[in-house]
Design a binder for this molecule. Structure first.
Ligand SMILES: NC(=O)c1ccc[n+]([C@@H]2O[C@H](COP(=O)([O-])OP(=O)(O)OC[C@H]3O[C@@H](n4cnc5c(N)ncnc54)[C@H](O)[C@@H]3O)[C@@H](O)[C@H]2O)c1
Length: 245
């Protein structure tokens, strides 16, 4: 699509399918070498194979700190460094507060909050060593307002938004920009957790009157990690067809 990311190395967590896979394809099309990490080996390997040069899959659970160390080492060895980290891996377990289960809350927090925190902890070293770069954390419109029936998930996505602003302040001295992206209703397997009626009402409530495509989110990420966003850090970019307005 462009050569704006030529010479850059990107790591995308949860990159095997859905929004993550679209981000992988877009950053690769813009010239980056892309490390796809996920717990879904078959899909991740197939995506890497379909891209050919400048793409590789790494089996990686974002909740496992030792795995972060191993993965970052493997990626920097394979591609010679790291400039871009996209913390995209996430899970969604809906449920009313009255039915909340500690085990579901902990699972969501481990992937959606801890996974992002560990990514920023372990990703920042090689990005600093490369002279700076960019981190994008995928939050949600559920990180910008309340959503009945999803309090546990909402808690994790507000956490991502707050951690992003904190990281932007901590990492600015090292020329690392950190921003969050807030997707609305996007057509991926994650929406299988909603009833068809809930998904339809999400589309009906979207002023632009369509469901979002993973590519809509990938375009926002490509902008934020690229040279046109050099003065943007700590910002939150909502990509939702106007849903939250
Ligand atoms: N689809 C939407 O409507 C929507 C809206 C707002 C935000 N989001 C966010 O976008 C991101 C991507 O979601 P998606 O819609 O593509 O969903 P998805 O379920 O299609 O993809 C999520 C990916 O994360 C991976 N993953 C899950 N747990 C992991 C772990 N422990 N370690 C590594 N990888 C793991 C999954 O295997 C999968 O490939 C998530 O953070 C999600 O919360 C999605």
């Amino acid at each position: 699509m462009s050569d704006k990311l030529t010479g850059k190395v990107a790591l995308v967590t949860g990159g095997a399918r859905g929004i993550g896979a679209a981000i992988v394809r877009r950053l690769h099309a813009d010239g980056a070498a892309v490390a796809i990490t996920d717990v879904l080996a078959e899909q991740g390997q197939a995506l890497a194979a379909s891209l050919g040069d400048r793409a590789a899959f790494f089996l990686h659970d974002v909740t496992d700190e030792a795995a972060w160390t191993d993965t970052i080492t493997a990626v920097t060895r394979a591609f010679g460094g790291l400039h871009i980290l996209v913390n995209n891996a996430g899970i969604f377990i809906p449920g009313a507060i009255a039915d909340a289960r500690a085990i579901d809350n902990e699972r969501q927090f481990r992937v959606n909050q801890l996974g992002v925190l560990l990514g920023m902890k372990h990703g920042q070293g090689p990005i600093r060593a490369a002279g700076g770069g960019s981190i994008v954390n995928i939050s949600s419109i559920a990180g910008q307002l309340g959503f009945p029936g999803t309090a546990g998930y909402v808690g994790t996505k507000w956490a991502v938004r707050g951690m992003t602003k904190t990281a932007a302040l901590e990492l600015a001295p090292f020329r690392i920009r950190v921003n969050s992206v807030h997707p609305g209703f996007i057509d991926t397997p994650m929406l299988d957790a909603l009833t068809p009626e809930a998904t339809q009402s999400g589309i009906d409530g979207t002023p632009l009157k369509r469901i979002g495509k993973p590519e809509d989110i990938a375009a926002a990420v490509a902008f934020l990690v690229g040279p046109d966003a050099e003065f943007i850090t700590g910002s939150e970019l909502t990509v939702d067809g106007g849903w939250i307005l």
